[in-house]
Design a protein around this ligand. Structure first.
Ligand code: GLN
Length: 198
């Protein structure tokens, strides 16, 4: 298994470290040629406007769209989720458009810049998942093919999947809980998620 983590800006090192703890080869990706032979792509958190601009400059947008269209699993966390969205509040036209979701940037950040909250994510089992939110976006609308994986107590959707695409508002890579990373690997392998030991 080889997972590529887009490494232009933001929290790529933390994702690479999390996959390493699962004994998975995770490689920083900056150039289109580094997308060859991957089993999955992660777009980390950071600043979505900066990553968007750099992904375009480095010629990554077209190849990522094409690989995702061929079924390669793609996971966006926080700013990465903003980039996966079909529509984001801003930049209105800047996203990869790989998920049928509408995202509002900084929706949680305006009230509190950063907070932690125990999340219920039934797909990952009964144990609460530690949600770390940093100027986090929310999913405002979900298309027909999109499954909500996690909601805040007020009903706001903070994680979703659509076929081979996965998105979350929070930062699993900043916690010790590796279940979200393991779940992404099951998409890459085509396995069912089996209860993790973490
Ligand atoms: N607010 C940032 C953005 O919209 C995302 C923050 C993050 O990734 N932690 O780009």
């Amino acid at each position: 298994m080889r997972i590529g983590v887009i490494a232009l800006q933001g929290g790529f090192a933390e994702h690479i470290a999390a996959f390493s703890r699962l004994d998975i080869d995770a490689l920083p990706v900056r150039l289109p040629s580094q997308l060859d032979g991957l089993d999955g792509i992660v777009i980390p958190g950071g600043e979505s406007t900066a990553v968007n601009r750099l992904m375009r400059e480095y010629g990554l947008v077209g190849p990522i769209r094409e690989l995702a269209g061929q079924g390669l699993p793609v996971w966006g966390t926080c700013a990465g989720m903003v980039l996966l969205a079909g529509k984001a509040s801003t930049p209105a036209n800047g996203s990869l458009g790989l998920m049928d979701i509408e995202v509002e940037r900084n929706a949680l950040g305006r009230q509190v810049d950063s907070f932690e909250s125990d999340l219920s994510i039934p797909t990952l089992g009964d144990r609460p998942f530690p949600g770390v939110f940093i100027r986090a976006p929310l999913i405002k609308t979900l298309g027909d093919g999109v499954e909500a994986l996690c909601r805040l107590p007020n009903g706001a959707v903070v994680a979703a999947s659509e076929a081979n695409r996965l998105a979350c508002s929070f930062h699993p890579e900043l916690t010790d809980d590796l279940r979200f990373h393991e779940y992404f690997l099951t998409l890459s392998r085509g396995d069912a998620f089996t209860k993790s030991s973490y």
